[in-house]
Structures are given as C-alpha cells and as structure tokens.
Design a protein around this ligand. Structure first.
Ligand code: NAP
Length: 313
C-alpha cells in the first residue's frame, strides 16, 4: 500500500488508517491478530481519541503495544477536546474544551492509557466555540518541547477556523480529519454544484477540499461507509440498491469487495486523502486494504458518485 508524507511533514503514513473507535469490546487475542493483519496489509497508522470507549480503546491498544508490535514500527494518532459533563465515562452532555489546561491534561491521560511516551500526531477533535488560539499554541509548544507529541493536526474544522489556529502556532498543522465518503460527499458536491439552486451547492466547510490542497494539509476521511451523520451504512442498505449494484459490478472487474471499492473511491481523489476504516472484522479489513493498490478510472469514479443519488448539474 502506498504511503504519503502527511501535510508535507516527514511523517510517512499509509493511505488507509485503522480507526480504533470500536475496539473496546474486542478480546485481547482478536485485537492482537487484527492489528498484526492490518500491519501485514500495509497499514502503519492507528487512530484513537481519548473518548473512544471512554478511554477503554486506548487501554486495550496498550496491550498490543506491550506484547505484539514495536512502538517505533507504527504511528499512533489520538484526539482530544470533547468532554462529558459529569465525568469522562459518560456519553451524554458533551461539550468542547480546547483550553491549554485541558489539552495538556488530556494528552497525559492518552499517553498513560496507551502506555507510550509519545504520540506521532495529536488532533483537536472538534472546534470549541470558546477556543483561544494563543492557548492552543502554548499547549502545542509545551507538548512538542517535552517530546510528548511530534506533530499536530485538527479534526472537523472549517477552512477559516483552520487558518485561525494555524496563524497562532509555528507548528504546521498537517491534517484535518473530516467525514467523507460516497454516502457523505458534501466536500465534492459543493464544488461541482457551485452556482446552482441544488441543495448540494451549500458550502458547509468553507471550501475545505480546495483549502487543504492549497495549504498542503492531508485530509483524513472518517466513517467511509456511513451515510448522513451516523444514520447507517451504505452496504446492503435498500435505499442504496443502485449504489450497491454498481460497487459490486466495479468490484468484480478489479477483484475488490464493495467496501474496498467505496474506499478506492475516496483514495482516487487527487487530494491524496487518507481513509480511516473502523471495521473490527479482520477478513473485512484485509479485503478493504486491497483498495490501496487499485486506482479507479474517472468514469468509474463518476459512475459510483451518481449511483449514490448525487447529481451533476
Ligand atoms: N474525527 C471524528 O470526528 C471521527 C468520527 C467518527 C469516526 N472517526 C474515526 O474513523 C474511524 C472509522 O469510523 P467508523 O467505524 O464509524 O467507520 P466505518 O469504517 O465507515 O464503519 C465501520 C462500521 O461499519 C460496519 N460495516 C462496514 N462494512 C460492513 C458491511 N459490509 N456489512 C456490515 N457492516 C459493515 C462495521 O462493522 P464490522 O466491525 O463488523 O466490520 C463497523 O461497525 C473510527 O474508528 C475513528 O477512528 C473519527
């Protein structure tokens, strides 16, 4: 699988990332084998967040780090900034906190749970309406100078918010982790339906796709199989029958599963995005990883896009 340098930095990572949001309930041997198969398939980057499984996902992953893989052989990224009123193990009443103190405290918690001295990449999970970019910059300096974090990025940030944070820190922000997939392609809809009355013309993210390419920021596409905001997955959903038929047909000609074609669709975009898959099924993971070796044609890309019900003016 191809590796790319994230956001023009020295950090060289696989185009497919294994997301660890759903690993809390996996048994230790199953997770160890899952991670090992991911590595054998060419994946070298693992995505976490302090809130995944209320910290349990990072704790589970620490056992893999302790016994299965050499820390220096893989890259680990995590995210912070979402809190829950009443304690970090409660899912209800979320709020956002990108204060200096909370970022520093969160990273200490992440490192302790993972059982590692450093993160290759820290991302701020969601923009906080009350954020002060000077405080974020101070936190980044402290984390970098102490060796706890090597690189920084953002997640779910609008283009101008991204610039706002970047303006205050000397650390190049190398990634923006955002929702993108054939079931949620707002970033491309708004570019292709520009200046039309169609619903897709709405620019929800300030032209993030163009912004990222112009500023050498790597986009990481999360939940590649979802449609809407966690409404469901496109695979085998009767609402997406035409899309499933087309994915199957194109997959047949490339020797790929429907999941893998949906990932190849994201990877085909010249923005050179990464895709974060969240499967806990090891054979599904191995099949999806094959997408990293296939380049869809332009005609196939548009056929998939239209089969998902998106229009071209
Ligand atoms: N920055 C953010 O705000 C943000 C938000 C959400 C997620 N993320 C990151 O993105 C990663 C991926 O997110 P995700 O797990 O929601 O994305 P996903 O890979 O689109 O979805 C995975 C889910 O879909 C199921 N699935 C996939 N293909 C299937 C099929 N053919 N048939 C039945 N079920 C199927 C998986 O079940 P199986 O386990 O059975 O395969 C799993 O439950 C997360 O782990 C996390 O690291 C980031």
């Amino acid at each position: 699988m191809e590796k790319i340098k994230l956001g023009g930095s020295s950090l060289e990572a696989s185009r497919i990332i294994l997301g660890c949001m759903r690993i809390a309930d996996m048994g230790d041997p199953a997770l160890a084998s899952h991670v090992n198969r991911a590595i054998e398939s060419g994946i070298n980057l693992f995505d976490h967040a302090d809130i995944y499984g209320a910290g349990e996902c990072e704790r589970k992953f620490s056992k893999v780090l302790a016994s299965e893989v050499d820390r220096e052989d893989i890259l680990i990224q995590s995210k912070c900034g979402i809190r829950h009123a009443g304690g970090s193990n409660r899912k209800e009443n979320p709020y956002y906190d990108l204060s200096r103190g909370y970022i520093l405290e969160s990273v200490d918690g992440i490192l302790e749970r993972l059982g590692t001295d450093y993160l290759d990449l820290l991302m701020l999970h969601r923009p906080d309406a009350l954020m002060e970019p000077e405080e974020i910059a101070e936190a980044f300096d402290r984390l970098h100078d102490s060796g706890k974090v090597r690189h920084f990025g953002l997640s779910n940030f609008h283009a101008t918010q991204f610039d706002f944070v970047q303006k205050h820190t000397d650390h190049k922000l190398i990634t923006n982790q955002v929702q993108f997939g054939v079931g949620a392609p707002h970033m491309v809809n708004s570019r292709m339906q520009a200046n039309t009355p169609f619903e897709g013309a709405g620019d929800r993210d300030g032209g993030l796709l163009d912004h990222s390419r112009m500023n050498d920021v790597t986009l990481q596409a999360w939940s590649p199989f979802h449609y809407g905001y966690f409404e469901g997955i496109i695979m085998d959903d009767p609402k997406y029958k035409t899309l499933n038929d087309v994915l199957e047909d194109i997959g047949h000609s490339h020797g790929l599963t429907k999941n893998a074609v949906a990932v190849a669709w994201i990877l085909r975009h010249p923005a050179n995005m990464q895709t974060i898959i969240g499967t806990t099924d090891t054979s599904r993971l191995e099949d999806i990883a094959k997408a990293g070796d296939v380049t869809l044609t332009r005609e196939e890309w548009y056929r998939i896009y239209k089969a998902a019900g998106h229009i071209l003016p």
